[in-house]
Design a binder for this molecule. Structure first.
Ligand SMILES: *Cc1c(COP(=O)(O)O)cnc(C)c1O
Length: 373
């Protein structure tokens, strides 16, 4: 075990059969249609609507621009407040800020590291217009509690579901919760289209405006109704998405197997907490393999110890967003104890389709070895 030093990275993109992808590429060559709502784009959009079991899908070039487009669509007054989590990827908060809105950070829950629904209401002011929670690591937020808070206060709920593809709550696709959800199909996500993203929603009236936003606000040859961006998904991305969508069942089975192997190994280590919600209400996607280590010092040491043995894990999400250079001046008063502690002690372990169970054994061997010292 100790002599095997093929590096193991935290993730590795899934690749479909090359011949299968090539047949789509042949189609693109024959049609000579590369982008702007092409045949493959439309097919991918339809198939996703089915897969995510949602009324409408708008595809975008990446997840981040999907978030920005959604925020732009609601046309909130500049400077309005959006309640969100600091325990996320940069994109979530940057989308709010770049839309001229103010992120208001709410602390998270120790149980699953999603936004703490019990702390949302105290942050609502007369400037609050929306809640932007994140289904972090694919763990669904408390969607029912969030919905009732939003209803009571007349707020929009926009989910960052970038990591929650294929997750179900109460037997229903996660795409059906909130006013709108953003999915990311970046190469590192469990399902990808190289780069790519989608907005999923049931209010059909959003479709026209979102389609316009991703194409400069152009309605037709002579009418430009909105100040839009360029956020269109191209045919090559759609081809990759179509190929990978066929493999979803395989992908989910494999990831579950890997996750269960990790749980088996790690449950006996008192310094390590694997947090996941065991609930028959949730169908999980095994998107990530996060653990919490008992202290920050151990987290740092373990990270380095694993790297010395060619295992490259990530401190994902550290630092928390409110501690970024670009935000900390603005948020130095905010108290976010759970988010802070989680950022200081979290590690995400390798998980990807091709990761073998022997590799999982090797990662866990070194984690145990570190704590046995
Ligand atoms: C990946 C990710 C995004 C951004 O998606 P891109 O497709 O990379 O633009 C946003 N939020 C979260 C939580 C993510 O993990």
């Amino acid at each position: 075990m100790e002599n095997n030093n093929t590096p193991i990275y935290v993730t590795k993109p899934y690749l479909p059969e090359k011949e299968k992808f090539n047949s789509y590429i042949d189609f693109i060559w024959d049609s000579c249609y590369l982008t702007n709502q092409g045949t493959l784009h439309n097919e991918f959009q339809d198939r996703l609507k089915g897969y995510l079991d949602v009324g409408n899908i708008t595809l975008t070039v990446n997840g981040h621009l999907a978030l920005e487009s959604a925020l732009r669509m609601f046309d909130f007054e500049q400077g309005s407040e959006v309640i969100t989590t600091p325990f996320t990827f940069a994109s979530t908060t940057h989308a709010i800020t770049l839309s001229g809105l103010k992120p208001v950070f709410c602390d998270i829950k120790e149980s699953d590291l999603t936004i703490d629904e019990n702390k949302i209401e105290e942050l609502i002011t007369d400037k609050t217009v929306a809640i932007l929670p994140v289904h972090v690591y694919g763990h669904p937020c408390n969607v029912e509690a969030i919905e009732s808070i939003a209803k009571k206060h007349g707020l929009i709920v926009l989910y960052d579901a970038a990591q929650a593809f294929a997750v179900k709550v109460n037997g229903k696709s996660i795409a059906n919760y909130g006013d709108i959800s953003m999915f990311s199909f970046h190469a590192t996500k469990l399902f990808h289209s190289i780069e790519g993203g989608a907005l999923a929603y049931n209010k059909s009236e959003y479709a026209e405006i979102l389609n316009a936003y991703k194409n400069f606000g152009i309605m037709d040859e002579e009418h430009v109704e909105y100040v839009g961006r360029n956020a269109k998904m191209n045919e090559f991305q759609a081809a990759m998405g179509l190929c990978n969508l066929d493999s979803m069942e395989d992908i989910l089975v494999k990831r579950k197997e890997i996750t269960l192997r990790y749980r088996e190994h790690l449950k006996g280590i008192p310094e390590v907490r694997m947090f996941y919600v065991e609930s028959d209400k949730i169908e999980y996607n095994y998107a990530y393999l996060p653990i919490l280590v008992n202290t920050k010092e151990n987290r740092e040491e373990l990270y380095n110890f694993l790297a010395e043995h060619d295992i490259f894990v990530r401190k994902y999400f550290y630092p928390i967003v409110s501690d970024y250079e670009c935000y900390k001046e603005l948020y130095n008063e905010v108290k976010l104890p759970v988010a802070k502690k989680s950022g200081d002690t979290v590690l995400t372990l390798p998980i990807y389709h091709e990761l073998s169970l022997e590799d999982v054994d090797r990662v866990c061997f070194f984690i145990k070895k570190y704590f046995d010292k």
